[in-house]
Design a protein around this ligand. Structure first.
Ligand code: FES
Ligand SMILES: [Fe+2]
Length: 404
């Protein structure tokens, strides 16, 4: 696994100071980020266990785009735009559920098979020229990786399996495809630019001070690694450690000794990240997946879900509970830090960041964003109404420079 050094990441001019201050508060930029980053990369939707039967579906939206993911009659997971081909209503109204053998649009009742093809039209005789074969739901890229469902609204980059190839062997140990949902899920909302929220999560420099209990658990074993291709791997071990926090001691003692994992993975927490904001956390007792999204200018969301293998042993149940309590505590600490950052970023005193060699996650994430959106290199915001155009101009200029 090839990791990127601080030297390499900070080679890029300006990368020590993070993205310029204006990029954390610009509504035009948020729209462009949704269009160019979130609608052109893989987004995690859920686990196959959440759609056990044919006709089970789950919706997902990003910016102005609406998707529905469904298990079809053959058991395959498929994704479509949740936009009726008649007059553009949502075809599926609920966030998730079971639709039987077809989706029936709530407006005029056009129905679609689970493979997206048009099934039935009320008063079909009143559409004399309609070629039904051309009016199925529009498909979306959809990929299942270790039981995890990803969709993509656009873009033509590598598949999830290609992007996450360096994680393949390690993730395979956990049998995520056989897991079930646990009760814990969350949906935190912040009045802050999404990048500022991600920045807080993207480094372990803050762990000793910001997360005393987590630091007690993992200590100085915690390491952040950045890999090529927008990947990150962070990990920390609690093997043979002495704990100050009772909850850590109890958690480690509760973990059953007979684990299906190899010895190397029984005492370690591992966080795999994929651009833009997908994080898969591998614990010995469960996995937790979270993502960050912009939901508008100065509005962001962090969504998370937990999954685990069926295991009714009281000891394992207890370990899972304690893990979730520890991580809820970490989440609450991050929420507080995020709020303080939000206040600071609104102040006229805020003029950018200063990053250390151990905040590589923040710097490499900013570099990946700069690659996608060269307008982020500008020290000042472009004139109102010109940001998108300016970004296109810089992209074209970059292509010319690269070709010459
Ligand atoms: S908009 Fe869906 S049936 Fe008319
Ligand atoms: Fe944190």
């Amino acid at each position: 696994m090839k990791t990127l050094s601080a030297e390499k990441i900070y080679q890029r001019p300006g990368s020590r100071s993070g993205l310029p201050a204006w990029t954390y508060n610009n509504a035009e930029l948020t729209s462009l980020e949704i269009e160019q980053v979130f609608l052109r990369n893989w987004l995690f939707v859920g686990h196959v266990a959440e759609l056990p039967k044919s006709g089970d579906y789950q919706c997902f939206s990003m910016g102005d785009e609406r998707a529905v993911v469904v298990r079809d009659g053959e058991g395959e997971i498929r994704a479509f735009y949740n936009v009726c081909r008649h007059r553009a209503s949502r075809v599926v109204a609920e966030e998730s559920g079971h639709c039987g053998k077809s989706f029936i649009c709530p407006f005029h009742g056009w129905s679609y098979n689970l493979d997206g093809s048009l099934r039935n039209i009320p008063r079909a005789d009143t559409f004399p020229d309609l070629d039904r074969s051309q009016y199925g739901l529009k498909p979306l890229d959809c990929e299942v990786w270790h039981g995890l469902i990803f969709i993509r609204f656009g873009g033509d980059g590598p598949s999830v399996a290609q992007m996450l190839a360096p994680a393949e062997e390690e993730v395979g140990l956990y049998r995520i495809e056989d897991m079930q949902s646990l009760a814990r899920s969350y949906d935190y909302r912040f009045d802050l630019d999404w990048k500022a929220v991600v920045d807080v999560d993207n480094e372990g420099y803050h762990v000793p001070i910001g997360h005393p209990e987590l630091f007690d658990l993992l200590g100085n074993s915690y390491v952040d690694e950045r890999l090529e291709g927008g990947l990150g791997r962070s990990y920390g071990s609690f093997k043979d450690r002495k704990f100050k926090f009772e909850r850590n001691r109890e958690y480690v003692d509760a973990l059953p000794a007979d684990s299906y994992l190899p010895e190397s993975h029984r005492h370690i927490w591992i966080y795999w990240g994929m651009f833009p904001t997908f994080v898969l956390t591998l614990f010995p007792d469960q996995v937790e997946i979270y993502q960050f999204f912009p939901s508008g200018p100065q509005q962001s969301v962090m969504q998370g879900k937990c999954y685990a293998l069926p295991d009714e042993r009281p000891q394992m149940q207890r370990a899972r509970e304690l893990n979730q309590a520890i991580n809820t505590g970490v989440g609450n600490e991050d929420i507080q830090l995020i709020e303080w950052v939000a206040e600071g970023m609104r102040s006229s005193a805020f003029d950018g960041l200063m990053l250390s060699d151990i905040e590589l996650g923040v710097a490499s994430f900013h570099n990946a964003l700069r690659d996608a959106l060269p307008v982020l290199e500008l020290a000042q915001a472009p004139e109102a109404g010109t940001l998108k155009q300016e970004n296109e101009r810089l992209l074209a200029k970059g292509k010319v420079a690269a070709a010459s």
